[in-house]
Design a protein around this ligand. Structure first.
Ligand code: ARG
Length: 454
């Protein structure tokens, strides 16, 4: 039976089913580094406040440092038999320093410990993900710049709407990712790393001692400068608050939703019907039955994974909603959704970067799509408005013209001038009208701040 962090008041062994059911080591091992940083801070605090002698503190610090080192160089072997990572580290420490380890738990509870470690983990992960988002934005912007002359049909309701520059289409995604990056940054800045909540009621150690020592240790470990360790303001809230987890998964869900929309656009664009783009073979897969197939599976998985993120968000929200104060074991179930969400979106960004870097735009084919006259109907309306026709009337006249063109299978450009004058306005000239059937004319006629083709 694996060693536990508790047990004094128990006479019976834990039932193996409960033992197995309550374990979190298979996933919370990811918190190892951050748990150690918490312990190092705690040793400093215990030394400063006289709970540990300098000698004892030194011994513990050396042992913690060596475990930290083994994690960094990947020689740390997680003990899958124990309850959680906190227990695993405690047991390993015991092997190194003997019963001295028993003092490390002075004024400390796993309830406090796990929040400390999870918050640090989140800050580090957000920092890394932020860099990944910035890189993705740079790659999208590069593709936009490289193809800045290309005009494509723009869509609303998946129907041809008006011509837009491809670069604006791509930059729209860069704008979404920019918001994602700032959202995550904001969340990270507002995560306050606290110590001193104890199990729920605080500890006999003063707030100043926590704040000072903890940030000193975190800083020494080289990841600290950005982390502001504060004394806890409400111990009950500190051990039972998981808002930061929910905020992060929610921000990651929004990010995943953006990536999913981009994936969907690319999937559609890569179909034979559209044929706007060529996705590099390295990012596609084939079919076991149909030899001709080149499927954009990676993009489909980006789209599909979004559902898993939403599921994670709903699972943590639901897990929290009925919990009385303070800590409850249910909260252990925030880890997998949180860790998975980070893993999924960072993988997605990596895959998307590769796809966009190698993406080819089929300019000639895009041009063929731009021949559709309906894309210029709005420009005809503006032409009539410029000639003094009220907008609503102009809209109706052009609408009738489009219908006439469809019903009689005749292109607007091929209609006699007399007919056009009759249907639109006597003031029009066919020459001027025909000018409007140009993608360049259409995009260049836009003048507002958000216009395409700035
Ligand atoms: N593995 C637990 C979690 O992630 C650690 C805290 C356990 N605390 C307790 N009182 N049983 O939430």
């Amino acid at each position: 039976m694996a060693k536990k962090l508790w047990g004094g008041r128990f006479t019976k062994k834990t039932d193996p089913s409960v033992e197995e059911f309550s374990k979190s080591i298979s996933y919370d091992y990811k918190l190892a580094k951050y748990d150690l940083l918490g312990s190092l801070s705690h040793v400093g605090i215990l030394k400063k406040t006289g709970y540990l002698t300098s000698e004892e503190a030194k011994k513990l610090e050396e042992a913690l440092d060596s475990i930290f080192f083994s994690i960094n160089n990947k020689t740390f072997k997680f003990d899958r038999a124990v309850e959680d990572i906190h227990t695993d580290i405690q047991n390993k420490l015991q092997k190194k320093v003997g019963d001295l380890v028993l003092k490390l738990h002075t004024a400390r509870s796993r309830n406090d410990q796990v929040v400390f470690a999870t918050k640090l983990y989140c800050k580090v992960e957000i920092k890394e993900l932020y860099a990944g988002i910035v890189e993705t934005i740079a790659i999208i912007s590069k593709a936009a710049k490289a193809n800045e002359h290309i005009i494509i049909p723009g869509f609303t309701h998946m129907q041809h709407a008006q011509p837009v520059y491809l670069k604006d289409y791509l930059d729209a995604y860069a704008a979404m990712l920019g918001r994602d990056a700032s959202r995550l940054n904001y969340i990270s800045e507002h995560i306050v790393i606290t110590m001193g909540a104890g199990a729920l009621a605080g500890t006999p150690i003063s707030a100043e001692d926590y704040a000072l020592k903890a940030s000193e240790y975190i800083k020494e470990q080289g990841i600290g400068s950005v982390f502001n360790i504060k004394p806890t303001t409400n111990s009950l809230d500190s051990v039972s608050d998981r808002d930061f987890v929910i905020e992060i998964i929610s921000a990651l869900s929004i990010l995943a939703m953006h990536l999913s929309r981009l994936a969907e656009d690319l999937i559609i664009w890569s179909t034979k019907e559209f044929d706007f783009i060529e996705i590099d073979e390295a990012f596609c897969t084939g079919s076991s039955l149909m030899p001709q197939k080149k499927n954009a599976d990676a993009l489909e998985l980006i789209r599909g994974h979004t559902g898993r993120l939403y599921g994670s968000l709903v699972s943590v929200l639901t897990m929290m909603k009925g919990l009385p104060l303070t800590y409850n074991r249910d909260m252990q179930l925030d880890k997998e959704p949180l860790f998975n969400s980070f893993e999924i979106v960072s993988m997605e960004l990596k895959v998307l970067c590769g796809i966009i870097k190698t993406l080819k735009f089929n300019e000639e084919n895009i041009k063929k799509h731009l021949e559709d006259e309906s894309l210029y109907a709005t420009d005809l309306v503006y032409y009539l408005v410029d000639l003094g026709v009220p907008f609503k009337n102009a809209h109706t006249f052009v609408g009738r013209l489009v219908k006439y063109s469809i019903d009689n299978n005749i292109a607007i450009k091929a209609m006699p001038e007399e007919l056009l004058k009759k249907m639109l306005s006597s003031k029009i000239s066919k020459k001027e009208l025909i000018k409007r059937f140009s993608p360049e004319f259409s995009v260049e006629s836009k003048k507002s701040i958000q216009r395409t083709g700035k």
